[in-house]
Design a protein around this ligand. Structure first.
Ligand code: BF8
Ligand code: SF4
Length: 623
């Protein structure tokens, strides 16, 4: 049967994306949606997790007439091993990003890097104290050095818990100890996962799943949390402020530079170079009005949270941003960067530049960034972009207009400040039922879904039910484009949430940052649980990733569940080939860690699922 082609309407919720999809077709640019069609139908064995390539006696596929791999591994073991490696990949991504942040802090502390500095000394001292470092009588550099050494140790062969477990309620820590899943060194848990999944090691699916939980906890409560906290120390802790979102942030009369990837270490330097008067006059000499910087995906979230830099879009907008024909340069670091961007760029005059030695793309120019050359390299890049402006073909430029306004910058510090310094008023609002609970909607786009349909509709449904929504990562762009990140969106919320938002002047959906910043949400959950003297699993909280695609998103979901937060996913990971693993994920984990996953592609039914959970948790608390 011939495959049915999806209409543009079925591919995306957005007018800006639809216009660019139409243009891409005319310009002959292939997108992720086209390649998905070519890849469909997918391999059923891979989709259900029933293939194993872990040794050369195989590869093996589990079928009815071949229920065991050559080594004797069954479906449960193979699925659990594959899932373990999948989330180890995600944990490695977030955490290696965290390690790069530690290296930056360490280099600043030693005075070796003049390209970076400590912007939030108060936060540095606060975190050092929180983690047991004596700060009295010490200089900032000395404290930064001790803190970076402590964080390096969090990545190593720790025998005891990672440092930020001081933020975890005692009940939860006891539970993790009893289950043997207290996260130790970040690298240790990831390496151990690779070891356990080697042929002939951990051949017990539930035991493997427990180590998956431990590996992901090391990501959430160490790798990601360290990335977030150091980024705040180096670049400033986010405060509420205005910004804009959608492809309309690209400007026709300016040199346009997009930053894409994750670590603010690169994008912050590009921002500095863009603001350099010398660069601006160079751009004017070339006939441009100036230089415009916009972000994509998580590094876009980082720049937006701290500096108010506009966001051009999320994962599925990255190719479409190039299709505007008005982007001179796209600078990337790592993660979630489609290799197709090089090809898309070649269809126009857009140059793609890579900056990390660990993330190079064939066909892109490589301009490596390190602690000692970042400012210089960033200026070089901006200069390249300016030179590219004269190569732009104006007849091929088409930019969707009308960016949406949004409020960003809700770090925990900012939230607590808005509440008068303590979580008390938030707890009171929850007790009074004005805010019935909170749900974090996080993660990606996936061309298997109508882009952002799930992300936006779930957020709308939840706020109607007086459930405060927290967003990070690629969901930011979705809800931002839908207008939900503006205080006026309180009018779409239920009466209770509406009242609180109006009183505080905040939107019913709060932007908390990039994907590593999900650690901020973990921290907030810890603060609320500690304040109430309960476990995180007792709180009326939920997580959700309606349109997830990445290993990192699966790691986030797993650390959320292992931390005690029920987590909804739009579709399951590749685990359905094992009943044992699927049952464990959907219900068995409940009795172990007090939370589990829920799978539901329809955002309206997912809202129902989350609402039920929040209602039962409220009941449990006597509310
Ligand atoms: O880490 S939300 S598509 S950009 S994986 Fe990637 Fe998903 Fe976006 Fe950031 Ni997170
Ligand atoms: Fe096959 Fe076992 Fe080797 Fe996997 S580890 S490829 S199941 S023989």
């Amino acid at each position: 049967m011939p495959k049915k082609k999806k209409s543009i309407e079925e591919k995306t919720l957005w007018p800006d994306a639809a216009r660019m999809l139409d243009k891409a077709e005319k310009d002959g640019v292939e997108t992720a949606w086209d390649r998905l069609e070519q890849q469909t139908p997918h391999c059923k064995f891979c989709q259900t997790g029933l293939t194993c390539r872990n040794c050369t006696m195989g590869p093996c596929q589990i079928r009815k007439n071949a229920p065991l791999g050559v080594c004797g591994a069954d479906a449960d073991v193979i699925v659990a091993r594959n899932f373990g490696r999948f989330v180890a990949g995600g944990s490695a991504g977030h955490s290696d990003h965290g390690r790069d942040c530690i290296e930056a802090l360490h280099s600043v502390a030693l005075g070796k890097s003049t390209d970076y500095s400590i912007k939030d000394e108060a936060k540095l001292l606060r975190i050092a104290r929180e983690l047991g470092i004596a700060v009295e009588g010490k200089g900032v550099s000395e404290v930064a050095l001790e803190l970076s050494d402590l964080f390096f140790a969090d990545f190593g062969s720790r025998q005891h818990e990672v440092s930020f477990l001081v933020r975890v309620p005692e009940k939860r820590k006891k539970l993790w100890n009893e289950l043997g899943i207290t996260p130790r060194g970040v690298d240790r848990e990831i390496a151990e996962m690779m070891h356990r999944t080697h042929m002939g090691c951990d051949n017990d699916a539930p035991n493997l799943m427990l180590h998956s939980a431990r590996t992901c906890l090391a990501d959430g409560w160490a790798g990601s949390m360290i990335a977030t906290e150091i980024s705040d120390i180096l670049f400033g802790t986010p405060k509420p402020g205005k910004s804009k979102v959608n492809l309309g942030v690209i400007q026709e009369d300016m040199v346009n530079i997009l930053v894409h990837g994750h670590n603010p270490i690169v994008s912050e330097k590009v921002l500095e170079a863009v603001n350099d008067p010398e660069m601006i006059s160079l751009a004017r000499e070339k006939g441009a009005k100036g230089i415009n910087l916009a972000g994509l995906c998580c590094t876009g979230n980082e720049l937006m949270m701290r500096q108010g830099i506009p966001l051009a879009g999320n994962h599925l907008m990255t190719e479409l941003a190039i299709v505007t024909g008005a982007v001179e340069l796209i600078v990337v670091d790592y993660q979630c960067i489609m290799p197709s961007l090089v090809t898309a760029g070649n269809c126009y005059h857009t140059k793609m530049v890579t900056t990390a030695d660990k993330a190079r793309f064939t066909g892109a120019e490589h301009v490596p960034f390190d602690m000692h050359n970042a400012s210089h390299q960033a200026r070089k890049l901006v200069q390249t972009a300016v030179e590219g402006f004269s190569r732009r073909d104006s007849s091929r430029v088409e930019i969707p207009q009308g960016p949406m306004e949004m409020i960003t910058g809700f770090s925990n510090e900012a939230i607590l400040e808005a509440l008068g310094g303590t979580p008390g008023p938030l707890i009171e609002a929850i007790k009074a039922g004005k805010i019935r609970g909170a749900a974090a909607i996080v993660g990606c786009n996936n061309p298997k879904y109508r882009q952002d349909y799930g992300n936006v509709n779930l957020a709308k449904e939840l706020i109607k039910r007086d459930i405060l929504v927290l967003v990070t990562g690629c969901v930011t762009s979705a809800v931002g484009k839908a207008g939900l990140l503006m205080p006026e969106a309180a009018d779409e919320a239920g009466a209770g949430l509406h009242e609180i938002c109006k009183a505080l002047g905040v939107p019913p959906v709060l932007h908390m940052g990039s994907c590593v910043d999900n650690a901020r949400i973990l921290q907030l959950a810890g603060i609320l649980a500690n304040e109430l003297g309960v476990d995180i699993s007792d709180l009326p909280l939920a997580g959700s990733s309606p349109e997830w695609y990445s290993e990192k998103a699966a790691a986030i979901g797993t650390y959320c569940v292992a931390s005690g937060i029920f987590t909804h996913l739009g579709h399951p990971p590749n685990i359905t080939g094992s009943e044992t693993v699927t049952n464990l994920a959907l219900s068995g984990l409940e009795s172990l860690v007090g939370a589990s996953f829920g799978i539901e592609p329809d955002p309206f039914k997912a809202a129902e699922m989350i609402d039920e959970r929040i209602t039962s948790k409220r009941k449990g608390l006597g509310l």
